[in-house]
Design a protein around this ligand. Structure first.
Ligand code: ATP
Length: 236
């Protein structure tokens, strides 16, 4: 569970996020949707702890993490580029968060096998990233992110660098994995198709203000205001 309470963020005199309240439930896939500059990435970075809040409270689980460093927040973040290590095998890439923390070898092996099975990479552990398809690479990045069993998973436009065909394919993969794994996820995108197909609920932001937080069906069929209707293209 991730909770934002009346979050504000200003850069100098510019208010970028203005009083954001969000409540992401356990296992929920929540999409932060909005046009460029609406404050989505800033909001996500405040949840990750990569950006301080100007005011407000961030909670992960029961903990107030507002003033806690990113590495102690129990979250995992996946960025646009999957940033796999090209000279490490799939196994070593997935294991990395545990090897740097010097976990025992047997424990690492068991953990890698476990997540690899969940994301269907168990047959590919000896390969190198260049020997994988885009979808398989994405799964390696996700496996690496979830191996420590974070309380929440943060993704910022992870599909935005891909061509349309691959994006559709990856979207389907993400949806499938979300279904399998049920990890609490906050996903930033400006792509409403992505939002509507992936999300349990969508939070639509405009100029740092939350316009509607609802299921894709309700956002489409019952837009809260004219901005939402216009953005989504709901029938009048
Ligand atoms: P995009 O989809 O283009 O990434 P976004 O909705 O994620 O947009 P943010 O990246 O959160 O938007 O940016 C919101 C606003 O805050 C923008 O006007 C941006 O220029 C400004 N901004 C972001 N980071 C900083 C910073 N470090 N210093 C000053 N202004 C910033």
């Amino acid at each position: 569970q991730v909770t934002l309470q009346n979050i504000h963020k200003s850069f100098g005199a510019v208010d970028v996020v203005k009083g954001l309240d969000l409540d992401v439930k356990d296992g929920e896939f929540l999409v932060l949707l909005g046009a460029s500059g609406s404050g989505k990435t800033t909001a996500l970075r405040m949840i990750a702890g990569l950006e301080t809040v100007t005011s407000g409270i961030v909670r992960i689980g029961e903990r107030d993490v507002t003033n806690i460093l990113p590495k102690y927040r129990d979250i995992a973040m996946v960025f646009q580029s999957y940033a796999l290590y090209p000279h490490k095998t799939v196994f070593a890439n997935i294991a990395y968060p545990l090897t740097v923390r010097k976990h025992p070898k047997a424990e690492i092996e068991a953990a890698v096998k476990d997540v690899a099975r969940q994301v269907q990479l168990d047959q590919l552990l000896d390969r190198y990233p260049r020997q994988l398809s885009g979808g398989q690479r994405q799964r390696v990045a996700l496996a690496r992110a979830i191996i420590r069993r974070p309380a929440a998973f943060l993704m910022d436009e992870p599909l935005s660098n891909l061509d349309a065909k691959l994006r559709g394919h990856m979207r389907a993969e993400l949806k499938h994995m979300q279904h399998e794994l049920g990890i609490t996820t906050i996903y930033v995108t400006h792509d409403q198709v992505e939002a509507m197909t992936l999300a349990h609920r969508v939070a639509l932001l405009d100029k740092g203000v939350l316009q509607q937080l609802d299921t894709p069906a309700n956002i489409y069929n019952r837009p809260a205001n004219l901005f939402v209707a216009g953005f989504i293209g709901s029938p009048p």
